[in-house]
Ligand binder design. Structure first.
Ligand SMILES: CC(C)(COP(=O)(O)OP(=O)(O)OC[C@H]1O[C@@H](n2cnc3c(N)ncnc32)[C@H](O)[C@@H]1OP(=O)(O)O)[C@@H](O)C(=O)NCCC(=O)NCCS
Length: 189
């Protein structure tokens, strides 16, 4: 084992900010886009500090806002490198919202940002490896590999769906959907 390598917990990076009314949407809750912007910032800081090179965001997985964040909540974005490839790495981000008045802390979502390191000439730069020292590190690293496999399967399946697209069959398959096919020669139109 290379004792020089960092463990995932060595990469921990946190951004905390109080949610003020300027970040709210018309429904009075915090804009999802504002939270995404905070997530992108912490992913950048975590990845770039670890890689020692400028990192760009390539892909974002697992963004689901299942619980609203309110004005007055103290939001923390807890980021950690979960996976290292050749020039890419994956930062897991746990979003926590703390409400002082109602005295509770909620975990609103966990998302995964894939970042790629670039050198000064803009070419892909190798990232250091990770030293996995507990089963949680191992689980997170393995889950990234599983998500990569599932995404490859999803991409191939979507390509097959496009290649096999037949407008008559597809129009007929939408009978139970909340739409009307209004194309001359197809469906009810
Ligand atoms: C993503 C980007 C760096 C890939 O460049 P590229 O020269 O085609 O790179 P490669 O195909 O050699 O892939 C480089 C790494 O990115 C990873 N990668 C590429 N596309 C990916 C995708 N869609 N999802 C996840 N990882 C991806 C590869 O797996 C590879 O990882 P590895 O080196 O650890 O094996 C390039 O497309 C880019 O710069 N995109 C814009 C990024 C940006 O500006 N983001 C800001 C938001 S707008």
């Amino acid at each position: 084992m290379d004792a020089q390598l960092n463990t995932p917990s060595d990469t921990d990076t946190v951004i905390t900010e109080l949610m003020v009314p300027a970040y709210a949407n018309f429904g009075g809750k915090i804009h999802g886009g504002y939270l995404l912007s905070m997530m992108d910032k912490v992913a950048y800081a975590c990845a770039t500090k670890f890689a020692g090179n400028y990192c760009v965001t390539v892909a974002v997985d697992g963004v689901e806002f299942l619980q609203p964040v309110d004005v007055g909540d103290l939001v923390s974005m807890q980021a950690r490198v979960n996976y290292t490839g050749d020039s890419s790495l994956v930062v897991g981000i746990r979003v926590i919202a703390e409400n002082f008045q109602e005295k509770f802390v909620k975990h609103t979502n966990t998302s995964y940002f894939t970042m790629v390191a670039r050198d000064e000439a803009g070419n892909a730069a190798r990232v250091p490896g990770l030293r996995l020292t507990d089963t949680e590190d191992l689980r997170r690293y393995s889950e990234v590999l599983m998500r990569k496999k599932l995404k490859a399967w999803y991409r191939d399946s979507m390509q097959k769906q496009r290649d096999d697209f037949d407008s008559v069959i597809q129009a007929a398959s939408l009978a139970d959907e909340n739409c009307v096919v209004d194309i001359p020669g197809l469906g009810a139109g």
